[in-house]
Design a protein around this ligand. Structure first.
Ligand code: GDD
Ligand code: MG
Length: 363
């Protein structure tokens, strides 16, 4: 694959609450949500590994105890993993400082830092080389989006030097945004105050720029997605199943759908557009499922139509029901003849009676 980086260490930021993904994140932290058949982070870990990263420190906070059982010491991934937990969330900067205690890197060495909710096809090796060549304090991966106001807006000069960092500004000056993957020179991590709540986006980056330190931007236009909202999460899973972003962690071949062991899909059901079918899922005859995530042990009954949606574990979509662009929580039951659309979220365990919710009369 792309050039490898021997001995590079990384910090993975995975302590956020994932509020925009509720109710999916009530029981499972965002980085562990099943994505194309494996926990989301498996894709990031495998990708980092493919660039030569060998040791990763997880910066955990929300549901911290769930990470180690999922990934252990990392040997299954060819990685060495450590877990550093904040008792109370310290923000992105405080988390980096806290996790930094577990690094072996020397003061001048580069350290890779990753937001734990990003799918990216960019060349991490090229980003680290730029950082080294320019002897930058920090080098940010930058991408372009249509609506930069939801991200960190990052203008640069012609040489790629970052001139400002404007987190979630209502008045973005460019479509170029912080893509959530940084190279820090180790000594810069140590300069973040310890045991304090610090935001790298609102404090550290603007502070470095203001004090004249070199912050570089590594800009590209490869595949990039922040999976922080339900529709983005579904899109990420779909893109991995379809092969729009290659992932060494995909547990099967790419194609219209990917089914885990024990799934029972009727030959008279239609499953397409990058649907991920979890373990022991049942899809009955005449059902249509497109571009969705079907979590382990859920059931889609005869004639139901599910698209662009997440169906939680053990949830049941009853006969003839339509679920479009919706999130169905774990153990929920959507009775027959319902029509759920437009970002509707059904909370875990809720049972929706027959024909309780409809947008049109023809369901
Ligand atoms: N350990 C720890 N502690 N991790 C945290 C904390 C904390 O207190 N707060 C957030 N995180 C982690 C989240 O789990 C996530 O992986 C990452 O830090 C970023 O937090 P998000 O909540 O996903 O932020 P965002 O998506 O609104 O914005 C960030 O990402 C954008 C790119 O996707 C910012 O970095 C933006 O500037 C950037 O454009
Ligand atoms: Mg995010």
């Amino acid at each position: 694959m792309e050039s490898s980086l021997p001995d590079l260490e990384a910090i993975l930021l995975v302590g956020g609450q994932g509020t925009r993904l509720r109710p999916l994140t009530l029981g499972t932290p965002k980085p562990l949500l099943p994505t194309a058949g494996v926990p989301f982070l498996a894709h990031q870990l495998a990708r980092a590994r493919s660039f030569g990263v060998r040791r990763i420190v997880f910066a955990t906070s929300y549901k911290a105890a769930m990470f180690e059982p999922a990934f252990g010491d990392g040997s299954a991934f060819g990685l060495s993993l450590e877990y550093m937990t904040e008792e109370t969330p310290l923000g992105t900067g405080g988390a980096i400082r806290n996790a930094g205690e577990a690094l072996d890197a020397g003061p001048d060495d580069p350290v890779l830092i990753l937001n734990g909710d990003i799918l990216s096809g960019h060349d991490i090796g090229a980003q680290v080389r730029l950082h080294r060549d320019r002897q930058a304090a920090v080098t940010l991966h930058l991408t372009e989006v249509d609506d930069p106001s939801r991200f960190g807006c990052v203008p640069t000069d012609e040489a790629g030097r970052v001139t400002a960092f404007l987190e979630k500004t209502p008045n973005p000056v460019t479509n170029r945004i912080n893509a959530g993957c940084y190279v820090f020179t180790r000594s810069v991590i140590d300069s973040i105050p310890r045991d304090e709540v610090v935001s790298v986006e609102r404090e550290t980056f603007p502070g470095l720029i203001e004090s004249g330190q070199l912050v570089m931007g590594y800009a590209d236009r490869t595949y990039w997605l922040d999976v922080g909202t339900p529709s983005a999460y579904v899109q990420g899973s779909r893109d991995l199943v379809l092969g729009r972003l290659a992932s060494p962690a995909l547990p099967g071949p790419t194609g219209e759908y990917l089914a885990l062991e024990g799934a029972r899909v009727s030959p008279e059901a239609k499953i397409q557009d990058g649907t991920a079918v979890g373990a022991r899922v049942v899809v009955e005859a005449g059902a249509t499922v497109a571009g969705s995530v079907l979590s382990d042990d859920c059931v889609v009954e005869a004639g139901a139509r599910v698209s662009d949606s997440v169906v939680g574990q053990r949830a049941r979509i009853c006969a003839g029901t339509v679920v479009r662009d919706a999130v169905i929580g774990d153990d929920a039951v959507v009775g027959p003849g319902n029509e759920l659309q437009h970002g509707v979220r059904v909370w875990p365990g809720v049972e929706l009676p027959e024909r309780a919710l409809r947008y049109s009369s023809d369901v």
